[in-house]
Design a protein around this ligand. Structure first.
Ligand code: NAD
Length: 489
């Protein structure tokens, strides 16, 4: 822990003097709306000032991205690939700095964030390797025409990201956009600007031409809003809350923006009595209590078959009570502080909401100390699916357990939510798994597995969890336009 704190202090020193600046057209820029302060959720200390961008800064960044676009689009794919592979190497080389900074402004633990930085490098490497094929088209011959299709990059695009695992998520959007030949204006979340700053810096040092990636910090209602409305910006890749997704869809309507929305979730994990219960227990714990539970794909609703409920919940309580809450830079810590005061107050409010709704707080349900935004990992039992704790995205290390008796009932509870991001099914009955997953309303489902991401598979949600898919060729579909050309023959 001491070593990590010392290293972090070294990494942060430069921001103390100058704050975190915007990066537009390869130049550091103050924000036109002044600054806002970045606070660490670990001890509530002020980390530094952050340049607060607003309309004028977004306009400049969009102009820079539009100016840089033709040369980036026309650069031979092999050359773009080389640059993006350099970016991946450079991310890896600074993975420790990225991880420590991410822990400090988000409260995430080093045990998970050290992997998230490497996932960022993997995202760049994966999409770089697809570049050469990305423009492949089809030949569709007809009696009078030789029809040819090809794909071309859309142009400058906006990427708006949330504060949860911000580095990994930003690269998940920015890497395929750049690989497609688009240029980018990135508006990171107010609460987590540190690693967004590192990303643009690393990318430029690795050879990304100026103006190809621009980073403007600021609030959603001014900088974010302007980005979604800017006429030069052809598409918005957004990750965040469902209600924000709905807002930016309206904001982008006048300029007919192409939108990709990755939104909230209230994902069910369904445990049938015939499952491998020890494996299921490990996965249930991992999928809600890792990454502070601040994860869109977390399984925040446990649906457990009534014949095993008592035994399963008893084991769960024992395990939850042993989860180590503490300083996020301590490698032994499993849960760090929640990202901000606002989010902490929201999550804590559900302790009373659960009690008032008639559920039992079987583990946790309390805050830890006064120094930062720490809470104990929490388990609500005796719940039903109508309760607010079963319907609303709490977005913390808080699990709601709901019993069911039949497969039919489990399916009906699982689907009775506005969301549809992920689902997790635990059973050793193959036909049931096939039947159940066919009817489960979710964009991504894992059977007898926790969430394992493979970059060539489609990532995204249904219902209020989003519109569109990332991953593999789905990402290129979003950042590129299909073009048809017919040659008379
Ligand atoms: P948020 O919606 O509050 O903010 C996300 C981003 O949108 C921020 O950068 C914010 O400044 C910006 N923003 C806010 N209002 C805006 C506006 N009017 N116009 C343009 N931009 C605006 O989300 P958050 O609290 O930062 O993140 C947590 C949420 O993100 C959770 O709901 C979580 O489930 C979701 N999420 C979803 C996925 C997924 O893949 N589906 C992944 C991670 C997080």
């Amino acid at each position: 822990l001491e070593q990590n704190v010392e290293k972090l202090t070294g990494y942060l020193a430069r921001y103390k003097a100058s704050g975190i600046l915007n990066r537009i057209d390869g130049v550091d820029r103050q924000g036109s709306a002044g600054v806002f302060q970045l606070k660490s959720p670990v001890d509530k200390s002020i980390i530094c000032d952050v340049a607060r961008g607003a309309e004028a800064d977004i306009d400049d960044a969009a102009t820079a991205a539009a100016t840089a676009f033709p040369a980036w689009r026309d650069m031979p794919a092999t050359e773009r690939r080389r640059i993006l592979l350099n970016v991946a190497d450079a991310i890896e080389a600074r993975a420790e700095e990225i991880a420590l900074c991410e822990c400090w402004d988000t409260g995430q633990t080093i045990r998970f964030m050290s992997k998230a930085a490497l996932r960022g490098a993997e995202n760049f490497r994966y999409f770089a390797d697809q570049i050469v094929q990305a423009r492949d088209g089809k030949h569709l011959k007809s009696p009078t025409l030789m029809n040819v299709t090809t794909r071309v990059p859309l142009g400058p695009v906006g990427v708006i990201t949330p504060w949860n695992t911000p580095f990994m998520l930003s690269t998940w959007k920015i890497a395929p956009a750049l690989a497609s030949g688009c240029t980018v204006v990135h508006k990171p979340a107010e609460d987590s600007p540190l690693t967004a700053r590192l990303l643009v810096e690393i990318a430029e040092e690795a050879g990304l031409p100026k103006g190809v990636l621009n980073t403007v910090n600021g609030y959603g209602h001014d900088a974010g809003k302007r980005l979604t409305e800017h006429p030069a910006i052809k598409a918005i890749a957004f990750v965040g809350e469902s209600r924000t997704g709905s807002m930016i869809t309206k904001q982008g309507a006048d300029t007919l923006k192409r939108m990709h929305l990755e939104l909230g979730g209230k994902n069910p994990v369904i445990v049938f009595a015939d499952a491998d219960l020890e494996r299921a227990l490990d996965a249930v714990i991992f999928m809600i209590y890792s990454v502070n539970g601040e994860r869109c794909t977390s399984s925040s609703r446990l649906l457990v078959q009534d014949t095993i409920r008592e035994e399963f919940e008893a084991k769960l309580i024992e395990r939850v009570n042993n989860i180590k809450v503490g300083h996020p830079l301590d490698p032994a810590t499993e849960i760090g502080p929640l990202v901000s005061e606002e989010h902490y107050n929201k999550v804590v409010s559900y302790f009373d909401i659960a009690r008032q709704g008639g559920a039992t707080v079987a583990a946790g349900g309390e805050t830890v100390g006064e120094q930062g935004y720490f809470i104990r990992p929490t388990l609500f039992t005796g719940a039903n699916n109508q309760m607010r704790i079963a319907q609303e995205e709490i977005f913390g290390p808080v699990l709601t357990s709901i019993p069911f008796s039949t497969e039919e009932e489990a399916l009906s509870i699982a689907n009775d939510t506005q969301y549809g991001l992920t689902g997790y099914v635990w059973t050793n009955d193959l036909t049931r798994a096939l039947r159940f997953t066919d009817k489960l309303e979710a964009g991504m489902i894992w059977v007898n597995s926790e969430n394992v991401r493979h970059l060539h598979t489609p990532f995204g949600g249904v219902k209020a969890s989003g519109i569109g898919r990332d991953g593999g060729d789905w990402s290129f579909e979003f950042y590129m336009e299909q073009k048809h050309i017919g040659f008379a023959i």
